[in-house]
Design a protein around this ligand. Sequence first.
Ligand SMILES: NC(=O)c1ccc[n+]([C@@H]2O[C@H](COP(=O)([O-])OP(=O)(O)OC[C@H]3O[C@@H](n4cnc5c(N)ncnc54)[C@H](O)[C@@H]3O)[C@@H](O)[C@H]2O)c1
Ligand SMILES: O=C(O)CC[C@@H](O)C(=O)O
Length: 547
Amino acid sequence: MYKVLVTDGISHTGLKSLLDHPHFIVDRQPTLNTEELKNIIGTYDALIVRSQTIVTEELLQAADRLHVIARAGVGVDNIDVNAATRKGIIVINAPGANTIAATEHTLAMMLALARKIPQAHQKTAAGEWDRNSFKGVELYKKTLGVVGMGKIGTEVAKRAKSFGMNILGFDPYLTEERAKKLGITKAGLDLIAAESDFITVHTPLTNDTRGIINDEFLAKTKKSVRIVNCARGGLINEKALVRAIQSGHVAGAALDVFEKEPAADPELLQNPNIIVTPHLGASTVEAQEKVAQEVSKEIIDIFETQSIQHAVNMPQMSGETQAKLQPYLLLGDQIGQLVIQLLKRQAPGKINIHYYGDLIDEDTELLTRTLLRGILSYHLSDSVNLINVLHLLKEQGVSYNVQKNATNKGFANYMELSVSQGTETARIGATVLNGYGARIVKINEYRIDVKPEKYLLYIKHQDVPGMIGKVGSLLGDYQINIGTMQVGRAEIGGEAIMVLTLDKGLGAEVLRELTHIDGLEEAQLLELTNMDALEHGREEPQKVESI
Ligand SMILES: NC(=O)c1ccc[n+]([C@@H]2O[C@H](COP(=O)([O-])OP(=O)(O)OC[C@H]3O[C@@H](n4cnc5c(N)ncnc54)[C@H](O)[C@@H]3O)[C@@H](O)[C@H]2O)c1
Ligand SMILES: O=C(O)CC[C@@H](O)C(=O)O
């Protein structure tokens, strides 16, 4: 059973798939304080939060079992993602599930700002019939500057166009072609400042975007500009905004998000030209159901099938790419494990990965992480996973290099992994053969054809007659059944290797006896101890013996 802790107000209906699932226990605790959360987090496998719960490094230190943190929404700025990554915890979100809600809230705020609706409502509700103080402005034929043309920015732009607005869009990823298709103008920040009657921000809060609307920017804006922020507090420098409104340069602002939440600054909250909502952008029945549904489904997928779609600390890939890469991922983990054993269990110093043939057209980042995890897992066991593997490599001072090559090395797809320490290098080449499955086709400089199995006996020997018989007979004496046997040699009569798949493992005694055979130089049992786990998603510690 997996235990899931749900903090913050998350839609009950949206959590249904988790609540009904026989493998999950869901615990809803929306009112925990930091200390209470820290005291109980150690017993949970997954945590679902909205924006209120702050997931700090300190909290994560107590999260011994935590495998997934799910943000039922988009922004993950309430989660210390780096600390989660270091701990190997997957952080997922639900991008897109609240796009429409946030878009509609932005438009509602823009219209309310233009027509002073909250101010008019307040006075009218208080019994005053004032038809003179609330003359607004129209959106029609006005220019809207959209900073951040991602999902929400784009939807806002589309809807604002239907009001007859001219749209200027700024986003490093906005191409001329997409701008043209949307019927908007691709602009820089300076043009947005100079031309816009309304400006709305829709970027995440990053080092680059913090204070993107500041004194300097506001000084370049048109007089009477109106500003909307339904993205993240901190994108607008609040002090600068208040100054610009007080001076009469900026006509007003509509804010759903604040530098500090809950917002308390009276200069903002009591300013007659600023309208505010308490971070309600995503607060619709539909959006809340959808974010909860999406993260629930993904949590089930992660624990039940290891498929991850929306991790913010993992490479993203489509389901189609994931399905295509699946056989390579399994093989990648296996050759990662084997290559480090071939290096005689030394810690890796340098790792080289080469992809050839069909693989060069795929997004191989996840495959690379899988290979690297296979290597590191020998020494670090299950503390290494696809999330923290790059961090751990860096921490261990291990460098890795990935190259893609269009030549096919005789196979439709081929990957080669080499690991070095000092002057020693171990190398494995592998492929997935259409209709036949995974094969190891190279070990060091020797060509071979071996299907990866749980127990592989690797023997280095002189290429002399009788060697196969002697090895077979000794293993027979110990009741060790041989599944397959493959030999590879560089030249007749020179050095050669033999790789046998065995039905069971063998101990140091057998290995020692093998090395007593004349002409047999080295015998090593290579063991893939997580074969079952790889297929079913659990990992077990590894054990290897060699002589
Ligand atoms: N108020 C709410 O309740 C609410 C609800 C949903 C989302 N949000 C917030 O809205 C924002 C946008 O969400 P989204 O789903 O559209 O995200 P998104 O990732 O689809 O889009 C963000 C866009 O910002 C762009 N960007 C990044 N840095 C930039 C920069 N320096 N200048 C210009 N553009 C830059 C990116 O290229 C990207 O296209 C996020 O901050 C999100 O957290 C708020
Ligand atoms: O959970 C919320 O209500 C806030 C959501 C929003 O800020 C987001 O980034 O998705």
